[in-house]
Design a protein around this ligand. Structure first.
Ligand code: ZN
Length: 251
């Protein structure tokens, strides 16, 4: 059930305490893919995971609207990129979680499409959970699926977008996108990334070869991400929360 398409009475009558909150980013994805890749992907995975969970349990989680701007200042060298500070992001997302919980949706998975958001999501979910307002965890889809050459605007993301919204990939720019791409993320010395911003190690924002990601691979990655999310939802739905209250343990 997508919250933005439901009425308040639908929300009142919804027979679930599970919510998914997609969180994306508006940031450069090379010359070939749209700035909204991370938001589009997070929203699609949230919908697909909710469907998968509903198919197996009969319970339909609510899917909140996607938060479109995240922690992406590392892409500031490329026009069109938007960002907020980690403090603003944590407050905004946490308060959004708390308002979901106020409607009774107090077991929440934040479905994340952007790596720069991951640490902040983990922190804010821990805070919200410790406060007792909600139980929340973050799910970052590319950490959950088994795929090595993730990159940035590389094979995996290009594949998923080709599957979800084929017309949005500028196919005629793919050779140039590959030519200006970096092979890996950052400039690493002694376990330390010397680069703070992506324009210091990639000429056009791309990491990896986007030509390696076709729509079939995109469909496979999306299905795998939805399966893992449904698995996570089942665990969140049945988790004994009293046993976790006050726990300070981080992995
Ligand atoms: Zn991305």
């Amino acid at each position: 059930m997508r919250l933005a398409e439901s009425t308040w009475t639908d929300a009142r009558d919804a027979d679930t305490d599970l919510a998914l909150l997609p969180v994306g980013s508006t940031e450069q994805h090379g010359p070939h893919a749209p700035l909204g890749v991370d938001s589009t992907t997070a929203a699609a995975i949230a919908d697909a995971g909710a469907d998968r969970y509903a198919d197996s349990t009969g319970e339909r989680p609510v899917v909140a609207p996607t938060i479109p701007v995240g922690i992406a200042e590392e892409h500031r060298g490329f026009e069109g990129t938007l960002w907020v500070s980690p403090d603003t992001f944590r407050s905004y997302v946490r308060e959004t979680l708390e308002s979901l919980a106020a409607s009774g949706f107090d077991r929440i998975v934040v479905v994340n499409g952007h790596g720069g958001n991951t640490d902040a999501i983990r922190e804010l979910c821990a805070r919200a959970s410790r406060s007792g307002d909600a139980y929340a965890v973050g799910y970052t889809w590319f950490d959950a699926v088994d795929f090595d050459a993730f990159g940035h605007a590389g094979p995996a993301e290009t594949a998923v977008i080709r599957h979800l919204d084929p017309g949005s990939v500028r196919e005629g720019r793919l050779d140039a996108a590959a030519a200006g791409a970096a092979e890996g993320w950052g400039e690493w010395i002694a376990g330390t990334n010397l680069a703070h911003d992506s324009d210091s190690f990639t000429d056009n924002g791309v990491v990896g070869d986007p030509r390696d990601g076709d729509a079939d691979l995109g469909a496979e990655l999306l299905a795998a991400a939805a399966d893992r999310l449904a698995e996570l939802l089942a665990a969140v739905a049945t988790r004994e929360l009293d046993a976790d209250a006050g726990s300070d343990s981080d992995r």
